[in-house]
Design a binder for this molecule. Structure first.
Ligand SMILES: Nc1ncnc2c1ncn2[C@@H]1O[C@H](COP(=O)(O)OP(=O)(O)OP(=O)(O)O)[C@@H](O)[C@H]1O
Length: 257
């Protein structure tokens, strides 16, 4: 078997006294599209935030493309990886957030070019050419000079996707990217992701409450509860023949099955 592109091994994560993951194990293969579904507060966003190194861990390992993300063994102790290594590992990942997280004082184009120029040292010319291509891809070529506050929620999120792609990540993390949107704006954002996976191979890990989208797009769906994967499998199997009581109850509540 090939090396998984993402691997959590015996990961422990606490917020103070609250244990989110006690012994979490999880793998994603290269070019696999995996949806994480599950109740609110079960740790789904934390999982993505840990991968992005926005949160640390309290034990275990996380490997990305076969290399340790957070901890390295040094003289018998686990220590955080140094900044250079962390920077290299972060380059594998792009994340789209629920609340867009765009810089309001920057134009759309600048929101997209900022990180590639600052973090990757790409020239302004190259970053702007890439931003223009990406804006075309997300259907916002005419909004390059607008400011985020002049855009609809769906447009803001499409900028969020373009911004994540500008870093050329090999893994895209999507954290409930349509949850903050009015229902009529959801599909314009999901269509961008649909087109993206049609055009290119991607490793994608998405946390979503859009069950029809998870079913349509995923190679694998994981039902997650209380910091653990309760059940996982092909979308058809999870959505039509869930085996675990907790999965059935969740899907019943969600889909009225
Ligand atoms: N920075 C933090 N400090 C303390 N507790 C936190 C922090 N971030 C998350 N939590 C807690 O960790 C638990 C898991 O949160 P998380 O956001 O990962 O859940 P989730 O499954 O993504 O939920 P939702 O579907 O509502 O977004 C929750 O109880 C949350 O309150």
């Amino acid at each position: 078997m090939s090396t998984p592109i993402i691997e959590f091994k015996n990961v422990k994560k606490c917020f103070g006294e609250t244990v989110i993951f006690s012994d979490f194990n999880f793998k994603v293969e290269e070019n696999e599209i995996v949806s994480i579904i599950g109740p609110s507060g079960s740790g789904k966003s934390t999982l993505l935030r840990i991968l992005m190194t926005l949160e640390g861990i309290d034990g275990g390992y996380i490997n990305i493309a076969g290399e340790s993300l957070w901890h390295m063994l040094w003289q018998g102790q686990y220590v955080p990886a140094n900044n250079k290594h962390l920077h290299k590992m972060r380059n594998h990942l792009g994340m789209v957030f629920q609340h867009f997280n765009l810089f309001p004082h920057m134009t759309v184009k600048r929101n997209i070019t900022e990180a590639p120029m600052r973090v990757k040292g790409i020239s302004r010319e190259e970053a702007e050419a890439s931003a223009e291509r990406l804006l075309q891809l997300v259907g916002l070529a005419d909004k390059a000079d607008s400011y985020p506050n002049d855009l609809s929620g769906g447009q803001k999120q499409r900028v969020g996707i373009a911004r994540a792609l500008a870093m050329k990540p090999s893994i895209l993390l999507l954290d409930e990217i349509t949850s903050a949107l009015d229902p009529e704006l959801v599909d314009e954002v999901l269509d961008v992701i649909r087109n993206l996976v049609k055009e290119e191979s991607f490793t994608m890990l998405l946390v979503t409450h859009e069950m029809y989208f998870a079913r349509e797009i995923s190679d694998r769906v994981c039902f997650f509860d209380k910091g653990a994967i309760v059940e996982e499998g092909k979308p058809e199997a999870i959505f039509t023949q869930p085996q675990e009581e907790r999965t059935k109850a969740f899907l019943n509540a969600y889909l009225g099955q």
